[in-house]
Write a protein that binds this ligand. Structure first.
Ligand SMILES: [Mg+2]
Length: 170
């Protein structure tokens, strides 16, 4: 039933998934996050292959909007108290059925979206209950290449790895 090859829309949490979970605040309360460059390349690759990405985060801030714009992600839900309903809204906007969605999370607020997608995934250092809800758990940690690992896993399941590599290894 959990088939990675079906995934057309990849839904990502931010803190602890696209980052290592650190929330860095300066004296003025401005927030800084560290993203992984190889995650970014994988997201762009995923989209070049014709698939979609969405971001759902419980927090709110310009840093996520900047990163989303940089990566060409237009499906973004910030300040989501209920990630399950945010997922339903974004999947509908993308025209993708929930069974054809994959989601990657790390903590309890991600459970409502992980329960609803066809292919739930957790980062290697996710909370144990989140790992238990996942069909796939990465070897890598959040913010340390977990998104890259997930995208390579999905692409490989679809039999598209050679095509993906050929975009770069010319
Ligand atoms: Mg998180």
């Amino acid at each position: 039933m959990h088939d990675p090859a079906r995934v057309k829309l990849l839904v990502l949490d931010v803190d602890g998934v696209m980052t290592d979970g650190s929330i860095v605040l300066d004296d003025d309360g401005r927030e800084t996050k560290c993203f992984h460059v190889r995650d970014g390349l994988a997201i762009k690759l995923w989209q070049r292959l014709g698939f979609r990405t969405a971001i759902i985060t419980g927090r709110d801030g310009r840093v996520v909007a900047h990163r989303a714009r940089e990566l060409g992600i237009d499906l973004v839900a910030q300040g989501s108290a209920d990630k399950g309903s945010a997922l339903v809204t974004l999947a509908a906007a993308a025209g993708v059925h929930l069974t054809d969605c994959g989601a990657l999370g790390d903590d309890w607020p991600d459970l409502p979206m992980l329960r609803r997608v066809g292919y739930p995934m957790a980062v290697g250092d996710a909370d144990p209950r989140v790992k238990a809800a996942a069909a796939f758990v990465t070897a890598t940690r959040g913010g340390r290449g977990a998104v890259r690992e997930v995208i390579e896993h999905l692409i490989s399941s679809k039999g598209l790895m050679d095509r993906a590599l050929a975009l770069y290894d010319t």
